[in-house]
Design a protein around this ligand. Structure first.
Ligand SMILES: [Zn+2]
Length: 118
């Protein structure tokens, strides 16, 4: 979002992004890999729970990449949601899940089918 043509109304209230100040929120799904957790727990159990996390990590290499944030992965960026909020809505109560659904519906109308699987 850099061009003036990228601007759209506030995703919460539908009002204009007036005043030149607004907020862009980008968020995505994240997951903890079960294999990494099991490996970490297994190695920790092997040491009787007395080894530090750093020592356990040396013997559980999968634990180093245990958390996957979808928008950080090049092939899963479609799972990222970007919403824009006017300054008033940013300070108000908003439901991010509702906003994500609204954005998914809006982008489904304009995007190609390959990018609408969020
Ligand atoms: Zn608003």
């Amino acid at each position: 979002m850099k061009k003036l043509t990228d601007l759209r109304p506030c995703d919460h209230c539908g009002g204009p992004l007036t005043g030149g100040l607004f907020h862009v929120l980008r968020f995505s799904l994240a997951v903890v890999k079960a294999q990494a957790v099991n490996e970490f727990a297994g190695i920790s159990r092997f040491f009787g729970g007395r080894a530090s996390a750093a020592v356990v990590m040396n013997f559980a290499p999968a634990a180093a990449d245990a958390i996957v944030v979808a928008m950080d992965e090049p092939d899963a960026r479609a799972l990222m949601t970007e919403v824009v909020l006017c300054n008033r809505c940013y300070c108000d109560d908003v439901n991010l899940a509702v906003l994500a659904e609204k954005r998914a519906a809006a982008t489904a109308d304009t995007d190609t089918p390959a990018t609408t699987t969020a």
